[in-house]
Write a protein that binds this ligand. Structure first.
Ligand code: KIV
Length: 272
C-alpha cells in the first residue's frame, strides 16, 4: 500500500491508528533525557519511547529489571519537557504492574501525573489482562509488548528470537488480538520471525511496531544509542547503525584531551 503522508502537528494515539489505516509507516525511537529528546522530536520521529532500556544504556545494568518507577518518572519528565510533536510512551518498569492490578493502576497514574507522559507500555498478553483493564479504565492509553519481552529474561534464559515454534507463535497471535480487543492502541513486537510479525500486523487494526520483526509491520522502533552507534558492543542482525558515534565521540574527546595537555585550548579568542 502506498503511504499518504499527512502533516501531523502533534502525534496522538489516534494519529497512529490513522497512519496504519493510510499505510503510512510509524517511526519510533527511544530517548531518556531532555537534550536527546529535543533532537529526536525535531527530526520528526512520531513516537518517543522512554524505554526501560534506560536500565542498560543509561545506568549500565545487564538487564532491564533493576530500574525503578521513580527513575523511569525522572527520565520521562526530562523527555516530556523537550517535545513539541512526538507522542511520548513510558515503559512501566518490572515490578510496577505484575503483582496486582491496583498497584499497576497506581504506577500508571504516577507516571502520567509526575512525568506528563502521554501513555504507558507494559510487557505481556493475557497474563497481565487485569492490570491493562484497570489502566485503560482510568483513561490511560496502553501500548502492549509481545515476543521477546526483556523483563522475562530469566524465564527465557536468552535474548534469542522468540515464537519460532508453532505453539509460541499461536500464543503471540492470540495475545495480539486479545490486546486489541482490550483496547490497547498499539503493540511492540520484538525479535520474532518476519512472516509471523507481518501476519499479526494484518490480523489486527491497531499498529504493530517491530524491533527485529521485519518490514511487514506498521512501524519500527530502535534504541537510540544502538542506531547512533554509541554502543559498539551490541550488534544484533536487526540493527542498522546510522552513525558510529562511539568512534566520532572518542576521537573528538581525544582531541580535546590533546589540546588541553598541550595548552592549545583555550586560545586568546576563547577567553575573557
Ligand atoms: O525499553 C525499550 O527500549 C524497549 C524497546 C526495545 C522496544 O522496550
Amino acid at each position: 500500500m502506498s503511504a499518504t503522508k499527512k502533516d501531523y502537528k502533534r502525534i496522538t494515539t489516534k494519529s497512529l491508528t490513522e497512519m496504519k489505516a493510510n499505510g503510512e509507516k510509524i517511526s519510533m525511537l527511544t530517548a531518556y533525557d531532555y537534550s536527546m529528546a529535543k533532537i529526536v522530536d525535531a527530526a520528526g520521529v512520531d513516537v518517543i519511547l522512554v524505554g526501560d532500556s534506560a536500565s542498560n544504556v543509561m545506568a549500565g545494568h545487564e538487564t532491564t529489571l533493576p530500574i525503578t518507577l521513580d527513575q523511569m518518572i525522572y527520565h520521562a519528565s526530562s523527555v516530556v519537557r523537550a517535545i513539541h510533536r512526538s507522542l511520548v510512551v513510558v515503559d512501566m518498569p518490572f515490578g510496577s504492574y505484575q503483582s496486582d492490578p491496583k498497584e499497576a493502576l497506581r504506577s500508571a497514574i504516577r507516571i502520567m501525573k509526575e512525568s506528563g507522559g502521554h501513555s504507558v507500555k507494559l510487557e505481556g498478553g493475557s497474563e497481565v489482562k487485569e492490570s491493562i483493564k484497570r489502566i485503560l479504565n482510568a483513561g490511560i492509553p496502553v501500548m502492549g509488548h509481545l515476543g521477546l519481552t526483556p523483563q522475562s529474561i530469566y524465564k527465557f534464559g536468552t535474548y534469542t528470537v522468540r515464537a519460532k515454534e508453532e505453539e509460541e507463535a499461536e500464543k503471540l497471535m492470540k495475545d495480539a488480538k486479545f490486546l486489541e480487543k482490550l483496547g490497547c492502541f498499539a503493540i511492540v513486537i520484538e525479535k520474532v520471525p518476519a512472516d509471523l510479525a507481518e501476519k499479526v500486523a494484518k490480523s489486527v487494526s491497531i499498529p504493530i511496531i517491530g524491533i527485529g520483526a521485519g518490514g511487514g509491520v506498521d512501524g519500527q522502533v530502535l534504541v537510540i544509542h544502538d542506531m547512533l552507534g554509541m554502543n559498539n558492543e551490541f550488534s544484533p542482525r536487526f540493527l542498522r547503525r546510522y552513525m558510529n558515534l562511539y568512534e566520532e565521540m572518542t576521537t573528538a574527546i581525544g582531541h580535546y584531551v590533546t589540546d588541553v595537555k598541550s595548552s592549545d585550548f583555550p586560545n586568546e579568542k576563547e577567553q575573557y
